[in-house]
Design a protein around this ligand. Structure first.
Ligand SMILES: Nc1ncnc2c1ncn2[C@@H]1O[C@H](COP(=O)(O)OP(=O)(O)O)[C@@H](O)[C@H]1O
Ligand SMILES: [Mg+2]
Length: 187
């Protein structure tokens, strides 16, 4: 099995974590090894020392790239869900990881503010947070992602199926039936 990285980028509240979890579940059901490196949880464990300045975000993201590299070189699919607002950084991640599928989790800022699953936009709009992506800090949209899903318009399942179809098209995954056949051949 070949390892690769699925990199989900998008605004806070766009749906990265929701989609990443569902995607991992489906990949596991298809018989793949897939690990999830989700923004918040990884941050708590790997970067409790870092904040949200450009420099800190970049340092944190570099650590995530490193872990992703360890996983993928051992044949594991690494799903990274991280706002990763800067194009230059995502280009760095692509360059480091090579087998890289960039997924733009697209969602209007208005919808993200309406969803506000963590109450962060409310705080940013009140001035309690000063470095919120999409409010005070920029989000640089991907120019050429492998996949774009639009969570304003598509359901979670539709987004996940769009990503799986693209992974298949890119040759990263086979169908379940093909998987079983090749397993049988090896035995
Ligand atoms: N198509 C969709 N894809 C993902 N999330 C969606 C979608 N439609 C609505 N949502 C909701 O939007 C919110 C997204 O939150 P979350 O996944 O934590 O975003 P992020 O990780 O990008 O900050 C969740 O409450 C989710 O149920
Ligand atoms: Mg999240």
């Amino acid at each position: 099995m070949k390892g690769f990285t699925i990199w989900l980028t998008g605004l806070s509240g766009s749906g990265k974590t929701t989609i990443a979890k569902e995607l991992q579940k489906k990949l596991l059901m298809l018989g793949y090894k897939a690990e999830l490196l989700d923004g918040d949880e990884v941050r708590r464990n790997l970067s409790p020392d870092l904040g949200f300045s450009k420099q800190d975000r970049e340092m944190h993201a570099k650590r995530v790239v490193y872990i992703s590299k360890l996983l993928t070189r051992n044949g594991i699919i690494s799903i990274v869900s991280l706002i990763s607002p800067y194009r230059a950084f995502r280009a760095y991640a692509r360059e480091e990881l090579k087998d890289f599928v960039e997924v733009y989790v697209k969602c209007s800022i208005d919808t993200c503010i309406k969803r506000d699953p963590k109450g962060l936009y409310k705080k940013a709009l009140n001035g309690e947070i000063q470095d919120m992506t999409g409010i005070q800090d920029p989000y640089e949209e991907p120019l050429n992602p492998e996949v774009t899903v639009d969570t304003d318009r598509q359901s979670v399942d539709e987004c996940v199926d769009t990503i799986l179809a693209r992974l298949h098209q890119l040759g990263y995954i086979n169908t379940l039936i093909e998987e079983r056949r090749s397993d049988a051949k090896q035995r």
